[in-house]
Design a protein around this ligand. Sequence first.
Ligand code: NAD
Length: 520
Amino acid sequence: APPTTSAASTATEYPTNHQKIANPIDTANFLDNEFVPSKATKWIDLHDPATNNLVTRVPQSTDEELQAAVKSAEKAFPAWRATSIMARQQIMFKFTSLIRENWNRLAASITLEQGKTFADAKGDVLRGLQVAETACGITTQMTGEVLEVAKDMETRSYREPLGVVAAICPFNFPAMIPLWCIPVATVTGNCLVMKPSERDPGAAMILAELAKEAGFPPGVINIVHGQHRTVDFILDAPAIKAISFVGSNKAGEYIYTRGSANGKRVQANLGAKNHAAVLPDCNKNHALNAITGAAFGAAGQRCMALSTVVMVGETKEWLPEIAERAKGLHMNGGFEEGADLGPVISPESKKRIEDLIASAEAEGATILLDGRGQMPEKYPNGNFVGPTIITNVTPDMRCYKEEIFGPVLVCLNVESLDDAIDLINANEYGNGAAVFTRSGSTASRFQKECEAGQLGINVPIPVPLPMFSFTGNKKSIAGGGANTFYGKPGLQFFTQQKTVTSHWKSEDAVSTKANVVMPT
Ligand code: NAD
């Protein structure tokens, strides 16, 4: 008999080790609040990145299933938008408490499918949970404005849901990024069709199960799977009014262009190359630890990973000390006690990272620490790349120009703060940047002049909490950064403003002639 649940929802406890799963269960679609086995003819094998053992098969959902998801959301929308905002808030309260109760289970699914360490996977869940917790404040966030604009006349503004909206997610934060969308999209009254990454949909499937338990009515959240075909369906479906995308530039620029051409709102967070400028007056120990953690944590597979350091003046002499700290990191299967970094997502990704390291060598850079060929003893078949440090890099090299998305730190040397700011601003990405200094005036200049959208002053990964917004800039966000995720702009993205101007005359009109000119 076909399985009737998602792979994720069959076990109360997800496996917490990397042992081969005897009977992997296919991942299902989530339609009308039910896990429905897919009738797909094309399946995507999902492997544990630490072992390359099969974990589940993810369907390329069929056209009928994709249509069913949109129909389900369309059907649910009128009643959901009519639900009182306090009722939606109550469901969100329950949803957040269930996420907290299932924190370990969610994190375990992430470690198994994505590869990051269990401790780091817990952070992945927490960052998403905080968006949901902030969305519980919707009763004060959704308020409109009212102004008496003239005698007997007032204008009010309202925020209304859009209808059916969609989310397309990347592999690197399997819980956090679905949770950038689910709470904000639904609490504002929309119904959501979500496509998690085909490489690790398990956490999203657990979230679907928890959403049902929290009281979301059938159709408010639907989950479908697949690759380009599913994305194209979402881009073209007339009922879908807005698309949230997070992922690479290649996919995101295409999605932004085609989605916008189809008249949809699109928010699209893209790739990155985040720099840190290290000044000689900084707290050296703090800076070296912060850089090492932010470069190699999650095996460098974070959009805010600190992948590039700009050593100012004599600080270039500190690079061997970063290498020493990097050597002290323990690479292992993510469930192993004491693991600091796990594998990268796939053998293809490992190869791409190793090719980029080789290109740097061929272009004349120095490989100060080489993680190629490293493998934890217990996991000979995993996609491991050890921490790698490339020094004497120049901006024309491939390793500088391309997002590596692996545990590789690229190091450039400059003479002054001006040089560092010029170099950072010349880079086409602008997700985040950090400066390490004890000087207030240096920090202030960096803050004013650096074009990256999320700056850290002695903070290596300055991701704003959900009461702010994720404000990447330049090539790291499509559409010039107009539609950022969560916070006030996130609420704005998922709602349509409406203004109502009303005139209640206190006395009867005397003239019987209509006024045809605009009032002046
Ligand atoms: P990806 O672009 O390969 O995949 C993201 C989603 O798009 C997936 O659901 C995938 O199925 C789909 N997709 C992939 N290629 C496609 C194509 N050609 N056409 C249509 N759809 C396609 O990204 P990824 O590898 O999963 O994630 C890593 C990337 O995401 C990195 O570039 C990283 O910087 C970026 N990212 C950015 C942020 C941010 O907030 N700026 C956050 C997380 C990740």
